[in-house]
Design a protein around this ligand. Sequence first.
Ligand SMILES: [Zn+2]
Ligand SMILES: [Zn+2]
Ligand SMILES: [Zn+2]
Length: 225
Amino acid sequence: MKSSSSAMECLYVPAWLESLLSITFFSLCNVHTEKAKNDCKMFCLDCNNHKASCVHCIASSHEKHRVVQIRRSSYNDVVRVIEIENALNISGIQTYRINGFRVLFLITRPLNPKKNKISAKVGFGCNTNCVMCTRIIVQPHVFCSLECKLMWTKQSESESFAIEGISRTMLSAEEEEELHKKLEPERLLERRQRPSPCAQPLPPPPFNNANSRKRKGIPRRSPLM
Ligand SMILES: [Zn+2]
Ligand SMILES: [Zn+2]
Ligand SMILES: [Zn+2]
């Protein structure tokens, strides 16, 4: 008998998420070949076709659907937090402020091991490693991207993308504001690798805070009791 059945019940990965992370965006629409702005950068969360669409496709047949627009930052696909946070629990994922909007990366980016040296101290706003790929991110985040959170969720069965009953973010509004003041795009996009003021190197922290963010209202007793 599976001892992790209660954990499995909490595990929630929407069907469209794997598609969102595996699709190639920004190809040209083969329906709207004559139109301007026909690159396929839109993704409908409510349709089952799970494909990239252009704005003209979306305008013609996705009224009142939840649609996200994929954007590019340094050749990487990102999505705005405001477009996806109501559909997905993105807590724990590092966000960046680009052009005035908070965004997160869809896909894990390749690491440069030489540049990915951690220099961190314990405390708010200091560096840590993504628990999946070890990319340097800023505490209290634990994932560098949606893909890393998905991989961790499947592997550990300890995270969830479900929104109901869980706070969307681990931070208060003030903390968010404080954090994002520090997170200028130029720093976060790692064009510059300035030495961190954090002095003491630390190993990656164990990812043991799942219990501290447990879902309210769900009994933690074994279902076998
Ligand atoms: Zn189209
Ligand atoms: Zn749709
Ligand atoms: Zn990662």
